[in-house]
Design a protein around this ligand. Structure first.
Ligand code: SF4
Ligand code: SF4
Ligand code: FES
Length: 314
């Protein structure tokens, strides 16, 4: 009889299977995505940035601009896919670098630039413009279009604070979507058809939304500009500090930007529990009060109908 004592080693427990995990391959590298996740988001999580204009993570995807086209193979061969509209599938192969993907991205940019005025040197968005950046990183480098571009009056005020340059608009639907589904003020819309499609307000009704400044921040080109910042600075001249808006108790995350010791702009910062990147116009534009002529700089005492300067200890 053997003295050997057999000790039963428990079988190593397999990790629980996550029912929401979806295995995909991004440029050949395995990646675990989430069920229902958009291809553009799964690729970003895997470290691959897919260029985009209309996609915004805080709004419904609409697949308007086609800049995010990539090749995806879900088992039936590679297919051109709008990555901000398609969700991941098990074992999907996502190719953001293929020759076809690159050719499509170049084609989309060439088309978007067919009517775009290329006035970057005098455009407020220059230096922080997704169209400028992506034309450089993903564009064809030159255009085959020789036709005259369309022209509109430049720019028109659509409210007291926001100006619209229709020549620069790439019809991405971000501003209109924001006004409708985030602000609840559907006061700007697309008008007309085809080559004449443009953003407009209702006749004699300005874009009077308390949240209009957000459209300027999310416009991926210089089509929407904010009056207080127009031609005041270039992005590379700006210094900035992240801060909290003090105008009301919501306390939105904001970044305050200045140049040559002058406050010039506030931008919303995406804070999940607070403001998702949005600011109301009061919080966004009230920095102008800092150097307002009407700012009270010292104690004033009313004498009859007028206010007279007084000392603090009066
Ligand atoms: S104005 Fe800007 S945000 Fe609005 S549709 Fe045109 S490009 Fe998009
Ligand atoms: S941005 Fe507007 S809503 Fe947000 S904290 Fe400032 S005042 Fe309040
Ligand atoms: S980012 Fe996908 S279609 Fe515009």
């Amino acid at each position: 009889m053997s003295d050997d004592v057999k000790v039963e080693t428990p079988a190593e427990e397999a990790p629980p299977v996550d029912p929401n995990a979806v295995q995909v391959y991004v440029n050949g590298v395995p990646h675990t995505a989430r069920k229902g996740q958009l291809v553009i988001e799964a690729a970003a999580d895997a470290g691959e940035y897919i260029p985009r204009f209309c996609y915004h993570e805080r709004m419904t995807s609409v697949g308007k601009c086609r800049m995010c086209l990539v090749e995806c193979d879900s088992g039936r061969g590679p297919a051109v896919t709008v990555s901000c509209m398609a969700t991941v599938m098990p074992d999907m192969k996502i190719d953001t670098q293929s020759d076809t993907t690159k050719r499509m991205q170049e084609g989309v940019l060439e088309l978007l630039l067919a009517n775009h005025p290329l006035d970057c040197p005098v455009c407020d968005k220059g230096g922080e413009c997704p169209l400028q950046d992506q034309a450089f990183s993903h564009g064809p480098g030159e255009s085959r279009f020789v036709e005259e571009k369309r022209h509109y009056e430049k720019p028109i005020p659509i409210s007291d604070l926001v100006f619209l340059d229709r020549e620069r608009c790439i019809l991405c639907d971000r501003c209109t979507r924001f006004a409708d589904e985030v602000a609840g003020d559907p006061l700007i819309h697309f008008n007309s058809r085809g080559n004449n499609t443009h953003i407009t307000t209702f006749p004699d009704e300005p874009f009077a939304s308390y949240f209009s400044g957000n459209t300027v921040q999310i416009c991926p080109v210089g089509a929407l500009t904010a009056k207080p910042y127009r031609f005041k600075a270039r992005p590379w001249d700006l210094e900035q500090e992240e801060s909290t808006c003090t105008t009301c108790s919501v306390g939105c995350r904001t970044v305050v930007q200045s140049s040559r010791d002058e406050l010039l702009r506030s931008m919303g910062v995406d804070s999940d529990p607070v403001n998702h990147g949005w600011l109301c116009d009061r919080g966004r534009f009230n920095f102008e009060a800092v150097k307002s002529d009407q700012r009270v700089l010292q104690p004033m005492v009313r004498e009859g109908d007028t206010l007279q300067p007084a000392a603090w200890n009066t």
